[in-house]
Design a protein around this ligand. Structure first.
Ligand code: ADP
Ligand code: MG
Length: 832
């Protein structure tokens, strides 16, 4: 327990799994908490003492599943192993922590999906912030500088990090944002390594510092080989289309915001990738569309080649199916975790590379040359693995049957002996039987005596002179011979030695493989890129998408018969009503009016999604698309209250609006959907109008502004670059049909009662609503902007309480006696 407490002292923030024989034990607080979380039996050590120590344990062979559960819940787990053979230990067996597993460094989980698990570090000085992140499973390692904490939060959210290492004194407010809003584990920095190799001319001082802190944290927790970590790569967020976390969520890019699932997201729509590396890269591309026209054109051109070569492309897809997650395999090699099966998968992947090369070459296109030249099939490594590892090898590295015949002479000799040993024994048995004339002479084996000749008492006189006695039994004697002893020792040696020789040979092969890690990682990236581009081609073909024309300094938007790609996919292309989106030179803002449920939000999202798809290099569902390059997308699209951080819808709405108008440039896209809905009508209209005006006068971003405030449509006369559009409705015999078709000009009605009818409200109620509506419309004829709107609910309330109000107004409180006051109160109560 002293040893335990000594170790625990250094790992107070983690569950300490303390190896004792076949179990990992937890003590004290750890045991109590873990017993609850993992449903373990809570026992105690020194049961009969005054203060028994709470204790819980898990068997060592199933420890991973328990670790996974703890990590999933955001805890850290420190593993203390026995560092010496207990049989040889003098005193207490030496124990030490060999690894600390944390949410951001977990790579050995049983159910790893294909997604990245990024560990982030942040640091700060007077110039701003720096952020670094890496994926321990793939070795990718990045760093960037960021202007403020807000961008830091967006970056962490978009990386979906579960753990952040903080290299400075974190203010409570910032800690709250990280822990509560982003739900990440905040870890403190570790020191101990000077990462001198990080120093470089291209990185800022703070970037070097933050990357170094990240490395330090990984090295202190992992305590193992990290040779697969790639050189840190600098990036700038302005090299990508900027989208804050809320925008990415509301556009359902990587998952559907409503369900949290892949289904119904852009990722779901575009994912025809065949490899794990491709899947990860596709997610990256969706998350970070480009802003360089040249880079976008390059992706388009390659997709075009894939589109134009149907047969070669299907061959390509087939060969990609034989590609394993070699990026992760490389890290397993580095960690010393790779098993024979892993190496076979690596070899199988390498053996597919020439076929990929061939099929790309067959497409005979200059666009593919760079990719082809980067496909490094590493013949040396392939030769090494195929010559060394048996194709039937299992995942175990201690059970033998790993190494192929012919790879190592000594091993081959052992195997000959093991295989032939039994027949040699049989031969010897026959020979000696003949020699001695003992008809029932036979060779037996047992653990104690090894191999021996079995001679029954009746035949003892015939035993040859070169037999020596090994043991005497009741009815028989056991003999050995020199020859038998030699065979026996050869066979035993062979069995023992071959297992350990195979183990050694395998480790050697694995070490030799480790020298290829960098090349494997590069190959993984090339294959990933090919995979994503073929995926985009497949999606484009299946859904009849077209190639967008992206103009570097373009100013206009022209989408002819565009569709919202995901909605169309879900509802079917026949059902979907295409909409054109046109912004000419003089259009900056489109003000969209129309009934609820008519398609305003879908129209807005169609544009945002089209921009994302176009700038990531994808094709587009439309008849024709001309787009400028956007630098950022800001959205405020009505979503549920941000309950987790405890902010009201309206507050969130205003914060997002603020974010957008402060950061957007003339090259940005803003989507504001029903802004101001969360407050009283006058407030809402006033704010909505001033925001539209502000964007028009000061920001200049292309903006879609959907609103249910009819009054705003009058802005078209005062704002030169604002255009009204509305969603068309068809009204026939009192029945209203929403056509989902966007047309120019303002909408004339809001059809709320129609929507209520679709929702199934009682007929009486709907009739009453119609009556109230017509009263309101006659009472309040169209008035100039703003003054016209009155909350209908409030009006209804007033009518019913008018009388009461009149009576209350007449009461002269100052001149009432207490008794009169009582009576008044009684009267009022009666009235109510
Ligand atoms: P609004 O924002 O005007 O309330 P939405 O954009 O949310 O309306 O659309 C409401 C519903 O109408 C959507 O869920 C979808 O089913 C349907 N819809 C919207 N646009 C289209 C379209 N272009 N074609 C077919 N159905 C559409
Ligand atoms: Mg809407």
């Amino acid at each position: 327990m002293k040893q335990y407490l000594d170790i625990k002292q250094d790992y107070s923030d983690a569950f300490l799994l303390f190896r004792m024989g076949d179990f990992y034990e937890l003590f004290y607080e750890d045991a109590v908490k873990a017993a609850q979380i993992l449903e373990l039996t809570l026992t105690s050590r020194n049961k009969n003492s005054e203060n028994p120590i709470p204790m819980a344990g898990v068997p060592h062979h199933s420890v991973q599943q328990y670790i996974d559960t703890l990590i999933d819940l955001g805890y850290k787990v420190a593993i203390a192993e026995q560092m010496e053979d207990p049989k040889q230990a003098v005193g207490v067996v030496k124990r030490d922590v060999v690894q600390v597993i944390t949410p951001g460094t977990a790579v050995d989980a049983l159910n790893t999906d294909k997604a990245n698990n990024f560990l982030v570090a942040i640091d700060q000085n007077q110039t701003g912030y720096a952020l670094s992140y890496l994926d321990l499973a793939t070795g990718e390692f990045f760093v960037t500088s960021l202007p403020d904490f807000e961008t830091v939060v967006d970056e962490i959210a978009s990386l979906k990090a579960r753990e952040v290492v903080v290299g400075y004194d974190l203010a409570d407010s910032q800690r709250q944002v990280l822990e509560i809003q982003l739900n990440v584990l905040v870890s403190s920095e570790q020191t101990g390594f000077d990462n001198a190799e990080l120093v470089s001319d291209t990185l800022a001082v703070l970037e070097i510092a933050v990357a170094s802190k990240l490395l330090n944290y990984v090295m202190t927790t992992q305590k193992r080989q990290l040779s697969h970590l790639q050189a840190v790569q600098h990036y700038e967020i302005k090299d990508f289309l900027l989208m804050d976390a809320a925008s990415k969520r509301s556009l359902d890019l990587l998952y559907n915001a409503r369900t949290g699932k892949k289904f119904g997201s852009l990722y779901w729509l575009l994912d025809e990738t065949k490899t794990a590396m491709g899947t990860r890269m596709l997610r990256m591309w969706i998350d970070r569309p480009l802003v360089s026209a040249t880079a976008i054109h390059k992706r388009q051109a390659i997709s075009r080649v894939f589109l134009d070569h149907f047969f070669e492309r299907s061959d390509l897809t087939e060969t990609l199916k034989g590609v394993y997650d070699i990026e992760r395999l490389a890290s397993r090699v580095s960690f010393g975790k790779a098993n024979p099966k892993d190496l076979l998968q690596l070899a199988q992947t390498l053996s597919n590379v020439p076929a990929i090369k061939t099929v790309l070459t067959q497409m005979a296109s200059a666009e593919l040359e760079t990719l082809i030249s980067q496909l490094d099939h590493m013949p040396d490594l392939l030769e090494l693995i195929t010559s060394a590892i048996d194709e039937h090898a299992s995942a175990s590295i201690t059970d033998g049957n790993i190494i192929k015949n012919g790879f190592n002479q000594t091993l081959d000799d052992y195997r000959v002996i093991m295989r032939d040993g039994t027949s040699w024994i049989a031969e010897l048995e026959g020979k000696e039987r003949l020699n001695s004339g003992i008809n029932n002479l036979k060779i037996d084996y047992n653990k104690k005596d090894g191999y021996f000749f079995h001679v029954t008492n009746a035949n003892l006189t015939q035993v040859p002179s070169h037999f020596y006695r090994k043991a005497t039994l009741k009815n028989s004697e056991r003999y050995g011979t020199e020859e038998l002893a030699r065979l026996e020792s050869q066979m035993l040696d062979a069995r023992e030695n071959s297992a350990s020789l195979e183990y050694d040979l395998f480790l050697k092969v694995r070490d030799q493989t480790a020298a290829f890690i960098l090349r494997i990682q590069k190959l993984a990236k090339v294959i990933a890129e090919i995979d994503v581009l073929q995926s985009l081609a497949v999606v484009a073909e299946n859904n009849h998408y077209i190639q967008p024309i992206i103009a570097k300094n373009g100013q206009t938007i022209n989408i002819l018969n565009g569709r919202h790609a995901v909605v169309e996919k879900v509802m079917g292309a026949q059902e979907y009503v295409p909409n054109s989106i046109v912004f000419d030179q003089d259009t900056m803002i489109q003000l969209i009016t129309g009934p609820n449920m008519s398609g305003k939000s879908t129209y807005m999202r169609e544009l945002a999604l089209t921009v994302v798809m176009a700038q990531m290099g994808s094709y587009i569902p439309a008849d024709q698309v001309d787009l400028p390059i956007f630098d950022a997308i800001f959205t405020r699209i009505g979503a549920a209250d941000d309950l987790i951080s405890g902010q009201s819808t309206f507050m969130v709405e205003m914060m997002e609006a603020n974010h957008a108008i402060r950061r957007a440039t003339q090259n940005s896209l803003i989507l504001f959907d029903e802004l101001g809905r969360g407050t009283a009508t006058y407030d809402g209209i006033a704010l909505a109008q001033s925001i539209v005006e502000y964007i028009h006068e000061r920001v200049g971003a292309k903006t879609l502004f959907a609103t249910h405030y009819h009054e705003l449509t009058a802005l078209e006369t005062s704002l030169a670059n604002l255009r009204n559009v509305h969603v068309a409705t068809l009204e026939k015999d009192g029945e209203v049909t929403f056509l989902h078709k966007i047309e120019s000009g303002p909408a004339d009605k809001s059809y709320g009662i129609h929507v209520a009818k679709i929702a199934g409200l009682p007929a009486d109620l709907l009739d009453r609503a119609k009556t109230i509506l017509s009263e309101l419309e006659t009472d309040m004829p169209n008035q100039p902007l703003v003054q016209q709107a009155i909350e209908p609910e409030q009006l209804a309330l007033f009518q019913e309480t008018d009388e009461l109000a009149a009576v209350i107004k007449q009461i002269d409180v100052m001149n009432l006696t207490p008794m009169e006051a009582m009576n008044q109160l009684y009267e009022l109560k009666k009235m109510v």
